[in-house]
Structures are given as structure tokens and as C-alpha cells.
Design a protein around this ligand. Structure first.
Ligand SMILES: Cc1ncc(COP(=O)(O)O)c(C=O)c1O
Length: 335
């Protein structure tokens, strides 16, 4: 954000509704979810949020020519929402047209996760700035970084006395950089990006099979090994009532009822994809193979099957969560 402002001479940053860019003061200012923001304002001025996949909304903002950067997660970490092909190509062009830098936040999507080294490669984009972290060091040593064009870099470090305008204590840490190089090496040598692409397709197909079997699955989606299963109100009258009761307390509780048995019974770590959504996210290791995919699909099938039993242990678990939440004043906190 600092580099974009400095290089463009414009202060406004545009992010997308549903975005997650981090929780430090600057990053939180462009993170959309109220759940993360509550209690920490006021935030950076000159930040606007645009609707996901809405090109007219974006152009309305860019037209004013005060926007330094447009930052986007091509696959949003929260909810695993994927950009539409025509939208992102047009968005990139509009940024060029109005002099706005295009930032691809690849903290989660980078380093092979989506089946390519960076997600922007799926759309042949040419971002002005790319952010990366998480898998950059294979998870061993904290490492984060960004890549930008030389002319942007040189506008920031423009004179000798400005050579320290941006740095951090642990920046350029030798051990982290060595881990980063080793990670890049392994990604290539073990063909992990190819595996992520291939296994991702395989998983999506198997998930589509489960969708055909369970009406409670609304949609399955993903790019490489960043996948989501979205649930919807079931057709059966008995289950509808249970679904409504759970959602009346918290809109994110249902996904918890899938994720918890996956861990407790099947030893599989999945994630609730975000606040107030019925979405389970899976981020399998890039080395995943047939055996693990089989294990996961059977486990998920089993977890969804137990949802169909009402009353039953999964709904008891949900009810207990509701009771605990009510006791702690969770519902009244306005989530
Ligand atoms: C897309 C995205 N951007 C930024 C961040 C923030 O990274 P950090 O927690 O290292 O500040 C995250 C973390 O989850 C992320 O998923």
C-alpha cells in the first residue's frame, strides 16, 4: 500500500467486498469483514470497497482518477470466491486505462496452491505488485514478501537519504530466504504445482459426485487445491427446522458442524471458510494423492450423512454450541 501510494502519487486504495488482507492497521483498513474490524477503528482514510465481480462498480471508482491501487485476491480466502474470467481481464485493463496500480494479493493463493506458482497466471495477468507469504518458506520460518516493477521500487527508494524509508527488523532474514529458495526448488523438483492442478480437478469431480447425492450441498468450487463446499437449506421438512434454528443463532455455525466431526472422527483438518457463511474450505497439502482423496471424500460423505439424522449426535453438537454461545452472550453481540 505504501509503495502504491508513493509510486502513483494517489492516496486511494480500492479493495473488494469480502476481502481479507491481514490484521495489522494498514491491512485491516482494506480488509472488508466487520467481524475483524469491530473495535479497531478509525481506519486509514481513502479506502473504498467494490462489489465482487462487478466491473461497473469498479469503473465508477477508477474514473475519478484518484485511485493509487486496486488490490484483489483472485480466489478470496474467506469464502473461496473465484473471480469471473471476463471481470478480471476487464478490471486489469481498466486499471491500466485510469493509471491505477493492480495488486494481486497472493498470500494464500501463491506458491502453487491453485495449481500455478501464482493465481494471476491462470488469467495471464501482469500485476504491478504481488504479495506473498504463508507457504513461501514451506511453513518453517516466517517469511513474507512482495514483488514489484523496478520503476515502482525506484520511485520509493528515489534518493540515497530515502534508502531506509521502508524496512523491518526481520526483513531479508537469511534463514527465511534460504527456506524460501528451498521451497521454490521443491515445488519445481517434485512437480507440486502440477500435482495441485491435477489433484484439484480430481477432488472437484469427486465433490460434484457428493453434490449429486446430497441436496444439502449448494455448490462445490475451487482452483487447484483451494476448494470450498457450500451448503444450503435441506429439502426435508424436519431438517429445515433444525437448519433454521441453528442459523437463527449464528450464520456460521452449520459449517462448524461439518468441520468438527471431520477432525474428531476422521482426523481431517478442514476450515470454516469465514464468518456468516455455510462454507467449508479445504486446503490439502500439495503432495496429496489418491489415498488421501479417497479418505477425505468418504469422511465428508459420512459427516453429511450424519446431518441427515435428526435428532442425532451432530445436531446435539450444534445445539450444545448454540447453548454455549447463548450463555456467553455470543448471539447478542450482533454477529
Ligand atoms: C489473502 C491474504 N492476504 C493477506 C494475509 C495476511 O497475511 P499475514 O497474516 O501474514 O499478515 C492473509 C492471511 O491469511 C491472506 O490470506
Amino acid at each position: 500500500m505504501k509503495f502504491a501510494r508513493c509510486a502513483s502519487g494517489r492516496s486511494r486504495i480500492i479493495a473488494v467486498e469480502g476481502s481479507y488482507h491481514g490484521l495489522s492497521m494498514g491491512a485491516l483498513s482494506i480488509t472488508h469483514s466487520g467481524n475483524f474490524r469491530e473495535g479497531f477503528g478509525p481506519f486509514l482514510p481513502d479506502v473504498s470497497f467494490v462489489k465482487h465481480n462487478d466491473i461497473e462498480d469498479l469503473e465508477r471508482h477508477l474514473k475519478k482518477k484518484d485511485v493509487g491501487a486496486f488490490i484483489i485476491e483472485l480466489v478470496q480466502g474467506k469464502g473461496v470466491k473465484i473471480v469471473a474470467d471476463d471481470y478480471i481481464k476487464a478490471a486489469r485493463e481498466l486499471c491500466r486505462k485510469y493509471g491505477t496500480l493492480f495488486i494481486s494479493d497472493e498470500v494464500q493463493t501463491g506458491m502453487g496452491r491453485t495449481g500455478k506458482l501464482f493465481a494471476y497466471q491462470h488469467w495471464d495477468l501482469d500485476p504491478d505488485i504481488i504479495t506473498m507469504a504463508k507457504a513461501l518458506s514451506g511453513g518453517y520460518v516466517p517469511a513474507a514478501g512482495f514483488v514489484t516493477r523496478r520503476e515502482i521500487y525506484q520511485k520509493v527508494y528515489s534518493r540515497l537519504d530515502r534508502c531506509v524509508v521502508h524496512s523491518t527488523t526481520f526483513g531479508r532474514n537469511n534463514l527465511a530466504m534460504a527456506c524460501g529458495l528451498a521451497t521454490l526448488n521443491i515445488l519445481e523438483e517434485e512437480k507440486l504445482m502440477e500435482n495441485a492442478a491435477f489433484r484439484g480437478e480430481q477432488l472437484l469431480n469427486r465433490l460434484r459426485g457428493l453434490q449429486a447425492k446430497h441436496d444439502i450441498i449448494k455448490e462445490v468450487r475451487g482452483k487447484g487445491l483451494m476448494l470450498a463446499i457450500e451448503f444450503k437449506e435441506p429439502a426435508s421438512l424436519k431438517l429445515k427446522v433444525a437448519w433454521k434454528a441453528i442459523h437463527a443463532v449464528d450464520k456460521g455455525l452449520f459449517a462448524q458442524m461439518i468441520v468438527t466431526p471431520l477432525l474428531q472422527k476422521h482426523r481431517i483438518l478442514a476450515q470454516v471458510a469465514g464468518h456468516n457463511m455455510d462454507v467449508v474450505k479445504i486446503l490439502p497439502p500439495l503432495i496429496i494423492g489418491d489415498k488421501e482423496i479417497d479418505h477425505f471424500i468418504h469422511a465428508l460423505d459420512d459427516a453429511i450423512q450424519s446431518i441427515a439424522t435428526f435428532p442425532g449426535p451432530v445436531w446435539d453438537f450444534g445445539t450444545n454450541l448454540v447453548k454455549a454461545a447463548l450463555k456467553n452472550g455470543y448471539a447478542s453481540a450482533g454477529r
